[in-house]
Write a protein that binds this ligand. Sequence first.
Ligand SMILES: [Fe+2]
Length: 285
Amino acid sequence: MEVNLQACRPPTPAKPQSRAVQSQIGRERLGGITSLLGTGAFCWGLWRLGAVAQSRHGSRRPRSVRTVTWNMQCGCAYIPDLLPEESFRDVVNEYQSLRNRLADEGPCVARGRRVIAISEGSGSGSTAWRLFQSYWLRLRIQREARLRFLPLLPKVSDCPLEYREYREGSSMLWHKDTVLTEPPQLELVYTLENTSDSVTRWATSHLDVLNRRVQEVWTAPNSALLVQAGGPVHMVRELKTGHRVVLKAVLLPKPIGSGPLYAAPTARWFENLTRCNKIQDGVEA
Ligand SMILES: [Fe+2]
C-alpha cells in the first residue's frame, strides 16, 4: 500500500524535548502512518493471510510458508513505550556509563556510527541484557508485534547487544539485514535517545523505494522497531541536527542448533561472530 512520505514527515526539525513530549510525537506520527495504512497495527501476519487464502481456495498452503516468517506481512513493526519508565531509565543509565567506550564501527552500511557491544560478563553492561532476555518482555514483544514465536535472545557469547550512536552527519544506507539463521532472525532496534531530525524508512523492496512506496517513522525514546532479516529494505536518513542512540538486539524464533526444534546458523552467522568480537567492549574494529 502506498504511503505519502510527505504526510509522515516531521513538519519541523526536531529539537531537544522531554521524553514525554518525544513519546507523544512518536505516537502522533505513528498514528499518521497507521491511519494511512488503514489499520491499527503496522502489519498483519502472513500466517493470517495464509489462513484467509486457504479458506478461499480450499487448499492447504505449503507448511514452509508458515514456518519461516515472524507473522509480520511487511516484515517490520513499531512498538512505542516498550519498557516501564524505571526499566527505560536503567537502560539509559547503562548506556551513559558505557558511552565513553563507544568506537567507530568501521566499514559497514552505516556512516559515522559509533558502537559498543555488551555482554553479560562485561561489568556494567548487563542491565539491558537481563531485561531483554526476561520472559515478560519477550512476551510483550510477541504480543505487540503479533509474532507466532516467543522470541529468544541468542547466547551472550554468540550475539551481544550493541549500543549504537548516530551523530550529526551519521546515516545508514538502504539495505536488507543479513540472514544469520534459518528461519531468519528478527532485529530489534530500541531507541534510548532521539533529539535528531532523522527518520527510519523501510519498504518491501528496492523497486518499492524507487516507486516511493515507503514507510517511515521518527523513533521515539523507549520505542522498538522490529525488522525481519532478509525482509524489508530499510535505512536511516542522515542526521542534520541532534543525535540518536539505539540498542540493537537479535531475536531468534528457536535456540541455535540442528534439527527441526532449532534455528540453523548460516555461514554469515559465523562471520558475524568475528565482527562482534572486534567491537566487543569498545575495541575498535
Ligand atoms: Fe539493518
